[in-house]
Design a protein around this ligand. Sequence first.
Ligand SMILES: *Cc1c(COP(=O)(O)O)cnc(C)c1O
Length: 403
Amino acid sequence: MQIDFKKLAQKYQTPYYVYDFDYITKQYEELKNAFKARKSLISYAVKANSNLSVVQHLAQQGAGADCVSIGEVKRALKVGIAKYKIIFSGVGKTDDEIRQALEFDILMINVESEAELKRVELIAEELDKEARISIRVNPNVDPKTHPYISTGLHENKFGVDINTAKRMYIMSKNSKNLDPIGIHCHIGSQLTDLEPIKESINIVANLVRNIKSALDIELKFFDVGGGLGIVYDNETLIDTYEYAQAVLDSLFGLDITVICEPGRFIVGNSGVFVTKVLYEKTNGDKRFVVVDGAMNDLLRPTLYDAYHKIEVLDKDSDQSKCNVVGPICESGDFFAKNIELPKTEHNDLMAIYSAGAYGFTMASNYNTRGRVAEIAIENNDDRLIRKRETFEDLIALEEEYLK
Ligand SMILES: *Cc1c(COP(=O)(O)O)cnc(C)c1O
């Protein structure tokens, strides 16, 4: 990816996010091809990067959408993702969200508890509908990733254990308002080890066979979740083809469509966050580089202690250790600690890589900072896909209540 960050900074100011749409296409196609031996659906996890143009770009490639709020479902529908390719997951869907999902007639609601299944049944009955559902199984497998992005252990809030899942399938089968069509598991994010994935997929595939023989329920969709890791630093990745092969092997003898829900894998390395150096300062012998971006723009270093590769552009002077920090009034406001960078000057540009996933979508307005501009690069052309927020945008919902 060759992006002229300087030109973009002149045109759109800083900070900004820029995404390489051709890279997004390439990642999508790699995964789609890996599963081509079977009927499959790649449902993009919208929460990774929910900019409408990003989701539209994936819709045009044929992707479906994995959504965790009705807002995300609406984004997917708005940019033309077919309703029969949309899945709605999450542990805490409200009545209203369930009702809307049923009215939109999306592919399925991915149910995460018995209590939720009862709500879905009740609401489907009110609407005189049959709700297509899948059940999220928690296989109790340790994905060996950061605890905040680990979801497949019983200690995590996600999904239900195998015995509960069986009860829920029986209940669904006996209900005229529920149609159990799928099974789902998603054990965590930024996974770099295939073994835990294989283990959990095998557990779930056995459950599929079991409910077929014991309960006479023939599921149509096997949703293996997302979670494929990407390179931030020097990670060794799971090979996409080995991954797909492991999934296909586990499904031997079953006629079932595979659904995969990648987020980070598709967009993570498409994106760069670009910020400008404001000042350098030292406190004692500690060196700080203060930039115009902050934790409200890119939260991952603060939230997960995540590593992002950082480069000062057009500088090759001697390097020394420093912390890269933003202007926010929190000591947690940093992009990196104790990294080697050259001496910087006012207005130097800094690129923070691997920022396409869980970057902008986690941004806030903390410290009354407008969210930054988002830019797409496609066929070597740049275009704005989200305007920088202005002060007027930030106060728009409050102003009318002033005394
Ligand atoms: C977050 C999430 C994903 C996507 O995870 P990535 O690590 O970004 O691939 C997929 N499925 C579900 C249910 C999720 O919550």
